[in-house]
Design a protein around this ligand. Structure first.
Ligand SMILES: [Zn+2]
Length: 131
Protein backbone atom coordinates (compact mmCIF):
# COMPACT_ATOMS: atom_id res chain seq x y z
CA UNK A 1 0.00 0.00 0.00
CA UNK A 2 1.30 3.41 -0.87
CA UNK A 3 2.18 5.62 2.08
CA UNK A 4 -0.27 8.36 1.04
CA UNK A 5 -3.17 5.95 0.90
CA UNK A 6 -2.10 4.36 4.18
CA UNK A 7 -2.14 7.74 5.92
CA UNK A 8 -5.44 8.73 4.32
CA UNK A 9 -7.08 5.49 5.44
CA UNK A 10 -5.63 5.88 8.93
CA UNK A 11 -6.98 9.41 9.23
CA UNK A 12 -10.26 8.86 7.38
CA UNK A 13 -11.20 5.18 7.54
CA UNK A 14 -13.83 4.03 5.06
CA UNK A 15 -17.22 3.73 6.67
CA UNK A 16 -20.19 1.48 6.07
CA UNK A 17 -22.79 3.23 3.90
CA UNK A 18 -25.56 1.61 5.94
CA UNK A 19 -24.50 1.85 9.61
CA UNK A 20 -21.48 4.20 9.43
CA UNK A 21 -19.21 1.75 11.26
CA UNK A 22 -15.56 1.77 10.24
CA UNK A 23 -14.99 -0.90 7.62
CA UNK A 24 -12.67 -3.78 8.39
CA UNK A 25 -9.98 -5.12 6.08
CA UNK A 26 -11.61 -6.75 3.06
CA UNK A 27 -14.91 -4.88 3.41
CA UNK A 28 -15.97 -2.46 0.70
CA UNK A 29 -18.75 0.13 0.97
CA UNK A 30 -20.77 -1.91 3.49
CA UNK A 31 -19.78 -3.88 6.56
CA UNK A 32 -20.18 -7.65 6.65
CA UNK A 33 -22.99 -7.43 9.19
CA UNK A 34 -25.09 -4.99 7.14
CA UNK A 35 -24.41 -6.97 3.97
CA UNK A 36 -25.56 -10.14 5.70
CA UNK A 37 -28.69 -8.41 7.00
CA UNK A 38 -29.85 -7.11 3.60
CA UNK A 39 -33.04 -9.03 2.90
CA UNK A 40 -32.77 -11.25 -0.16
CA UNK A 41 -35.85 -11.77 -2.34
CA UNK A 42 -35.05 -15.31 -3.54
CA UNK A 43 -37.30 -14.49 -6.51
CA UNK A 44 -35.02 -16.47 -8.81
CA UNK A 45 -35.99 -19.69 -7.02
CA UNK A 46 -39.78 -19.39 -6.95
CA UNK A 47 -42.27 -20.32 -9.67
CA UNK A 48 -44.35 -17.17 -9.18
CA UNK A 49 -41.41 -14.79 -9.54
CA UNK A 50 -42.78 -11.26 -8.95
CA UNK A 51 -40.06 -9.73 -11.15
CA UNK A 52 -40.98 -11.99 -14.06
CA UNK A 53 -44.67 -11.22 -13.50
CA UNK A 54 -43.92 -7.48 -13.52
CA UNK A 55 -42.22 -7.61 -16.94
CA UNK A 56 -44.40 -10.31 -18.53
CA UNK A 57 -45.84 -9.02 -21.79
CA UNK A 58 -43.89 -5.76 -21.65
CA UNK A 59 -40.53 -6.93 -22.96
CA UNK A 60 -39.13 -10.24 -24.17
CA UNK A 61 -36.94 -11.92 -21.54
CA UNK A 62 -35.91 -15.35 -20.34
CA UNK A 63 -35.42 -14.77 -16.60
CA UNK A 64 -35.79 -11.95 -14.12
CA UNK A 65 -34.35 -11.46 -10.67
CA UNK A 66 -34.07 -8.87 -7.94
CA UNK A 67 -31.56 -9.87 -5.33
CA UNK A 68 -32.55 -7.50 -2.52
CA UNK A 69 -35.82 -6.11 -1.26
CA UNK A 70 -36.12 -2.34 -1.31
CA UNK A 71 -38.11 -0.83 1.50
CA UNK A 72 -38.16 2.87 2.40
CA UNK A 73 -36.18 3.60 5.57
CA UNK A 74 -34.18 0.37 5.16
CA UNK A 75 -30.43 -0.06 4.79
CA UNK A 76 -31.07 -0.98 1.16
CA UNK A 77 -32.80 2.36 0.66
CA UNK A 78 -29.72 4.16 2.01
CA UNK A 79 -27.47 2.18 -0.31
CA UNK A 80 -29.64 2.85 -3.35
CA UNK A 81 -29.81 6.55 -2.54
CA UNK A 82 -26.03 6.66 -2.14
CA UNK A 83 -25.29 5.12 -5.52
CA UNK A 84 -28.14 6.88 -7.33
CA UNK A 85 -27.96 10.39 -5.90
CA UNK A 86 -24.69 10.73 -3.96
CA UNK A 87 -22.30 9.72 -6.72
CA UNK A 88 -21.12 6.30 -5.54
CA UNK A 89 -21.14 4.25 -8.75
CA UNK A 90 -18.60 1.88 -7.16
CA UNK A 91 -21.22 0.95 -4.58
CA UNK A 92 -23.63 0.00 -7.37
CA UNK A 93 -20.96 -2.12 -9.05
CA UNK A 94 -20.12 -3.76 -5.73
CA UNK A 95 -23.76 -4.68 -5.03
CA UNK A 96 -24.00 -6.02 -8.59
CA UNK A 97 -21.02 -8.25 -7.89
CA UNK A 98 -22.59 -9.42 -4.63
CA UNK A 99 -25.84 -10.27 -6.41
CA UNK A 100 -23.99 -12.06 -9.20
CA UNK A 101 -21.84 -14.01 -6.74
CA UNK A 102 -24.96 -15.14 -4.89
CA UNK A 103 -26.93 -16.01 -8.05
CA UNK A 104 -24.09 -17.80 -9.85
CA UNK A 105 -24.23 -21.04 -7.83
CA UNK A 106 -28.01 -21.27 -8.33
CA UNK A 107 -27.65 -21.78 -12.08
CA UNK A 108 -29.58 -18.59 -12.76
CA UNK A 109 -27.06 -17.54 -15.40
CA UNK A 110 -26.91 -20.91 -17.17
CA UNK A 111 -27.40 -20.34 -20.90
CA UNK A 112 -27.66 -16.58 -20.47
CA UNK A 113 -25.92 -14.57 -23.20
CA UNK A 114 -26.64 -11.07 -21.92
CA UNK A 115 -27.92 -9.24 -18.85
CA UNK A 116 -30.10 -6.19 -19.33
CA UNK A 117 -30.66 -3.67 -16.55
CA UNK A 118 -33.95 -1.91 -16.11
CA UNK A 119 -33.62 0.98 -18.56
CA UNK A 120 -33.64 4.57 -17.39
CA UNK A 121 -34.54 7.79 -19.16
CA UNK A 122 -31.61 9.25 -21.12
CA UNK A 123 -31.89 12.55 -19.23
CA UNK A 124 -31.47 10.83 -15.85
CA UNK A 125 -28.60 8.78 -17.20
CA UNK A 126 -26.90 11.94 -18.44
CA UNK A 127 -27.32 13.66 -15.07
CA UNK A 128 -26.14 10.66 -13.06
CA UNK A 129 -23.49 9.54 -15.50
CA UNK A 130 -24.32 5.83 -15.21
CA UNK A 131 -27.21 3.36 -14.95
ZN1 LIG B 1 -22.77 -1.59 8.45
Amino acid sequence: MKIGRFIAEALFPARCHACDAALMAGERFICARCLHDLVRTRYHSVDDNPMAERFAGLIPFQRAAAQFFYRPESDMAVLVQDFKYRKFPGLARYLGHVAADELLPTGFFYGVDALVPVPMHWRKRTLRGYN
